[in-house]
Design a protein around this ligand. Structure first.
Ligand SMILES: Nc1nc2c(c(=O)[nH]1)N[C@H]1C(S)=C(S)[C@@H](COP(=O)(O)O)O[C@H]1N2
Ligand SMILES: [Mo]
Length: 341
């Protein structure tokens, strides 16, 4: 078959909606017309700019970070990033205020309204360690890492295992850039990632029945896939702390829990990492966690999802609609494993 099929989410009906409004605003931002960060203001936010507006919700601030005693984010100068148009959406972007006030970040509480508590997260200095099966261990600050990567913006869908979804403009770089920078040995098969561990800063980590810090893992092939994206920003600015600043992952074809936040370590290894959720509940949260409407969670169906903010419930797609990019990765995974989130 030589016919190039349109990818599942390349459907044009919604293309003239907030996405393009957002992009038009972006161009204005690029031209210096309005302050960076004010793209996609909700209708009711006045012309005061999103920094003040987010500030009024979360206690003052600049860009994604929001404590008045903090310096402006040193990475502000990279925004807005070059917009990579390859990745199209089939639905509207979720408004920024919705995405910044409905989050999973168990380090700051086991419910969705953790945005205020997450402002305690200190995001500078932020050192990232790259170790394990690599030519040489690397320790690098986020502000030294960013200029070495091919920075860009992409629109992705995000599907949580809890059957809700959002669409979001992420800024950052392809994970393959980081893998190349890390110079892994050929014996490495997986990357184990780790979130910060500081129970004094993040009170959720005081819960002794949970295996802190948060851990996630992918195969090297998954990490090298063009969709795997390391995120530094959202909505054309450094991301809000509650999204997992200053560096988190976005794997749009997997359930959201794989997209680990506030990463401090990448370890290259030949052993399959056991994630935070797998450790807690292996029967419900497996290693692959690819979005699959036909495999129910032990406690609920995955056939449909609630699209945040829209009031819509829509059918969930295999690999969250990204199968053309990723299905081949799983050809040789035993069926028994694939049928298991
Ligand atoms: N460190 C850490 N990373 C995490 C989580 C978490 O609790 N801690 N929650 C995960 C889950 S279940 C989801 S759905 C997404 C939520 O990302 P968002 O809050 O930016 O939408 O982050 C994922 N990454
Ligand atoms: Mo999730």
């Amino acid at each position: 078959m030589l016919i190039k099929r349109r990818k599942g989410w390349e459907i044009s009906e919604n293309e003239a909606t907030p996405e393009s409004a957002y992009l038009n605003r972006r161009q204005l931002v690029a031209a210096g017309g309005i302050a960076a960060g004010s793209a996609i203001l909700p209708q009711n936010a006045k012309a005061q700019g999103v920094n003040d507006w987010v500030g009024s919700l979360f206690g003052g601030g600049k860009g994604g970070s929001s404590k008045t005693d903090e310096k402006p984010d040193p990475s502000l100068k990279y925004y807005p990033m070059w917009h990579n148009q390859t990745y199209k959406l089939d639905r509207e972007l979720t408004p920024q205020d919705v995405n910044e006030s409905y989050n999973n970040f168990y380090e700051f509480g086991s419910h969705k309204r953790i945005a205020r508590a997450a402002q305690a997260l200190k995001i500078r200095p932020w050192e990232i360690t790259i170790d394990g099966m690599v030519e040489e261990e690397i320790k690098i600050g986020i502000d030294d890492l960013m200029p070495k990567m091919k920075l860009q913006e992409r629109l992705y869908r995000h599907r949580c295992v809890e059957a809700w979804s959002m669409t979001i403009p992420w800024s950052g770089f392809q994970m393959s850039d980081l893998v190349k920078f890390a110079k892994p040995l050929s014996s490495a098969k997986y990357i184990r990632m780790e979130t910060f561990h500081d129970p004094d800063m993040a009170s959720g980590q005081k819960a002794t029945y949970q295996p802190w810090p948060y851990i996630e893992g992918v195969t090297i092939e998954e990490a090298m896939n063009e969709l795997s994206f390391l995120v530094t920003g959202t909505y054309g600015k450094p991301m809000a702390k509650q999204h997992g600043a200053p560096l988190r992952l976005a794997l749009p074809w997997k359930y959201g829990f794989k997209s680990i936040k506030s990463i401090v370590k990448f370890t290259f290894t030949d052993k399959r990492p056991v994630s935070f959720w797998e450790e807690l509940q292996a029967a419900e949260y497996g290693f692959w966690a690819n979005v699959n409407p036909k495999v129910p969670h032990r406690r609920w169906s995955q056939a449909t999802e609630r699209v945040l903010h829209t009031g819509n419930r829509v059918p969930t797609l295999l690999y969250n609609g990204y199968g053309e990019y990723v299905a081949d990765l799983y050809k040789n995974v035993p069926k028994r494993e694939r049928l298991f989130t």
